[in-house]
Design a protein. Structure first.
Length: 170
């Protein structure tokens, strides 16, 4: 199995110890820690899982094995950052994150090297827009502010209308 990282419709920002990836299709932001980022960067469609494990051992100077690579590939696949999800072969050792952490704890507390992909849903532009800022209700009592809207003036007898949303004055 040779995994290949997705490249299209992604915005990638490299930072010293992590990589931020924004998926334009799914409107999700992903933060890849150093281990997950190394695996993702080397998923070129030609590098095998065994070769990825060797690269990780060299770059992180740690005794990592293929189980860590499979864990990273699973996390990257769930985040839709691979061209297609990969599944470990039937005979391959498949460990859960907890089992890998237990294994690393025995090797000297190397759990910080576990691959982590944190994802959040980014709001659409309409969802991200702030509501209006303290405005005077034109139809309500003078000086009253909109209860839920903060910015557009109240109209129509004490009702603030902002981009199709209706908010009541207090």
């Amino acid at each position: 199995m040779v995994p290949r990282a997705r490249e299209d419709r992604l915005v990638v920002q490299e930072l010293p110890d992590e990589v931020l990836v924004y998926d334009l299709d799914r409107h999700r932001a992903h933060c890849l820690n150093r281990t997950a980022a190394l695996v993702w960067r080397h998923c070129d469609g030609r590098t095998s899982v065994a070769e990825l494990a060797t690269l990780l051992r060299k770059e992180l100077k740690s005794p990592l094995d293929e189980a860590v690579v499979w864990l990273a590939l699973d996390r990257l696949g769930r985040a839709h950052l691979l061209c297609e999800r990969v599944t470990s072969p039937v005979g391959a050792q498949r460990l859960s994150r907890r089992e890998v952490m237990r294994k690393f704890a025995l090797v000297g507390g190397l759990s910080v090297l576990l691959p982590v992909v944190n994802s959040i849903v980014a709001p659409t532009a309409a969802q991200a827009a702030s509501a209006c800022a303290d405005a005077t209700c034109e139809g309500g009592k003078p000086g009253n502010n909109c209860k839920n809207c903060k910015g557009s003036p109240c109209k129509n007898g004490g009702t603030c209308v902002v981009s199709g949303s209706i908010c009541d004055c207090v």
